[in-house]
Design a protein. Structure first.
Length: 133
């Protein structure tokens, strides 16, 4: 668990540091779409695990949060429903978690985007010489 999460954090940082990743609006948009698809898929998979094996999984914490996290507040604000007495859903929790993820991703992208452009300005853009009088 710990090693997996360390890799989730360090691999993108390494890819950014060596210049493999260039951040722009297109990469931000594609990342948002991918994460949104994975988040929605996790809800389906988590409920499918219950339907097939009578045991919930909790990928992306899309059904309920880990204790002691900010997501717990979002979960408590919402209400958990069971569709067809088997499919667990807390709509407000899912929406608030998605908004929270969007906020975190936006802040991180902004920080790295600004950093990336400062590096480009510093090392790759040459100052134009002033015209002689």
């Amino acid at each position: 668990y710990i090693v997996g999460h360390i890799l989730i954090v360090t691999l993108p940082l390494w890819a950014y540091a060596v210049g493999f990743i260039k951040l722009n609006f297109k990469t931000f948009y594609k990342t948002l779409v991918l994460v949104g698809i994975l988040y929605a898929s996790s809800f389906i998979v988590n409920n499918l695990m219950y339907l097939l094996f009578d045991q919930y999984s909790n990928y992306f914490y899309s059904l309920n949060p880990a204790g002691g996290t900010p997501l717990e507040t979002f979960y408590n604000l919402g209400k958990t429903f069971y569709l067809f007495d088997r499919i667990k859903v807390n709509p407000l929790y899912m929406v608030l978690t998605g908004i929270f993820a969007l906020f975190i991703m936006s802040v991180l992208y902004l920080v790295f985007y600004v950093h990336q452009h400062k590096l480009i300005d510093k090392y790759f853009r040459k100052e134009e010489p002033l015209p002689s009088e």
